[in-house]
Design a protein around this ligand. Structure first.
Ligand SMILES: Cc1cc2nc3c(=O)[nH]c(=O)nc-3n(C[C@H](O)[C@H](O)[C@H](O)COP(=O)(O)OP(=O)(O)OC[C@H]3O[C@@H](n4cnc5c(N)ncnc54)[C@H](O)[C@@H]3O)c2cc1C
Length: 383
């Protein structure tokens, strides 16, 4: 079938059918529970397993590992639909962790963890950031000492999404205390159930995304089998992260475009209905010009991100372009949503209005997964 007006270049009949199912699932199973989850700070375990049953989790992981067997186009559908619905409940992290295992794990590791993750029985988290090292990943202190056929882990992490309910943590650790530079770090997978010495700390109070938990984690003599190391040997962690962060940054860029499009859509509707000085706000030239700018920027973002998605599916999206997408699209998202808040007037500041929640939810996009300043460093190094 030909592309419909405004449809992404990567859409196929299969992704259209998938989108319909994903949207229905979000409307029926997720959205009605969102406020309750925001209060409790995380989605119910049952939401994860239900999402797993219908194929919402790991749609772009091969079927032999329990995934949907699709491409990033299928993941893109889920990312867009969740972003449009304002559902930030950690499903994106599940895909990110799964792709670390898929790309860096052994056959045995993939078969052990991915099917459980696809079913939503095992929730994943990625633990890089520490209290004293966020942007500077090479300063990670959490230490993994080899003792026979185990690693002994000591240290702490912070700001970890899905931290409170994670059954599996992909953890960045320092395996070589003497190495300077990138070869000091490795990635270890922790199965957290009944894991002695592992403790989840506070669920941190955020200004948005209340239905997704963000936690501290502590490791005090945690023993992990050597077989849980990702990759063929120690010292590859930083390279693995740099490679896999392309996936995460593309997903974030895409969610930014989807949210920006949604903001323009709901604000256009609002300014047609809301009257000032006896006529709809849309009749004011400033309103039309501001929304024209927002719509134009969202469209530019869409063209760029669709191109990135096609490049990614073809195996050609480089780290620099992924960094460009992450920084420019999330900056643009925030600019657009902030303008849309302005066009809503006082109602735009009220929690009960979708645009207000979108504003609070969008702010972090410029900070995590490598802040936008770090993204400019990545791009800058390519000059
Ligand atoms: C809601 C939320 C969820 C998160 N989820 C996760 C997660 O699941 N897993 C995980 O590991 N981490 C997670 N993070 C952490 C996030 O990735 C870090 O906050 C981010 O990388 C920035 O690190 P930092 O907070 O230590 O800031 P810093 O590194 O202290 O940076 C502070 C400021 O200095 C700027 N800066 C730093 N270095 C440079 C430089 N070289 N040039 C220019 N400017 C610079 C930064 O851009 C920033 O503006 C999450 C954070 C939040 C808020």
């Amino acid at each position: 079938m030909a592309l419909a007006k405004g449809e992404s270049s990567w859409a196929t009949d299969e992704t259209r059918i998938f989108r319909k199912m994903v949207r229905q699932f979000i409307e029926r199973e997720l959205a009605p529970n969102h406020d309750r989850w925001a209060e409790q700070g995380h989605a119910d375990a049952a939401a994860w397993t239900k999402a797993g049953t219908v194929g919402l989790l790991l749609p772009d992981v091969p079927e032999e590992y329990g995934g949907g067997g699709g491409t990033f186009a299928h993941e893109a559908v889920v990312v867009e639909e969740l972003a449009c619905a304002g559902m930030h409940i950690g499903f994106n992290i599940q895909s990110i962790v799964a792709h670390y295992i898929l790309a860096c794990g052994s056959e045995e590791q993939r078969r052990r963890w991915l099917p459980q993750m696809a079913r939503g029985e095992l929730i994943g988290a990625i633990g890089m950031t520490e209290p004293d090292s966020g942007s500077d990943l090479q300063a990670i202190k959490t230490r993994a000492r080899r003792e026979g056929d185990h690693y002994m882990i000591d240290g702490s992490k912070t700001f970890i999404s899905n931290g409170s309910n994670a059954g599996l943590v992909c953890l960045a650790v320092r395996t070589d205390p003497d190495a300077v530079g990138p070869k000091a770090l490795s990635l270890l997978v922790l199965e957290t159930k009944n894991l002695a010495g592992y403790r989840v700390g506070r669920s941190l109070e955020k200004i948005g995304r209340h239905a997704q938990n963000t936690c501290e984690m502590f490791f005090d003599g945690v023993r992990v089998p050597v077989g849980n190391l990702l990759g063929p040997g120690e010292g590859r962690g930083l390279f693995q992260m740099m490679d896999q962060l392309r996936y995460e940054r593309l997903s974030i860029g895409l969610s930014a475009v989807a949210a920006a499009e949604r903001a323009v859509e709901i604000t256009t509707r609002y300014v047609k209905e809301r009257k000032a000085f006896g006529k709809p706000l849309l009749d004011l030239q400033n309103t039309r010009f501001k929304l024209a700018e927002c719509k134009t920027e969202a469209r530019i973002g869409r063209v760029f991100v669709d191109n990135c998605i096609q490049q990614f599916i073809a195996g050609r999206l480089d780290a620099v372009t992924a960094a460009m997408a992450k920084y420019w699209l999330t900056d643009t998202q925030f600019r657009i949503i902030d303008e849309c808040v302005q066009l809503h007037g006082g109602y735009g500041y009220m929690q009960e209005y979708e645009i207000a929640r979108m504003w609070a939810d969008s702010r972090v996009q410029r900070i995590y997964a490598g802040s936008n300043e770090i993204m400019k460093e990545v791009v800058g190094r390519s000059l």
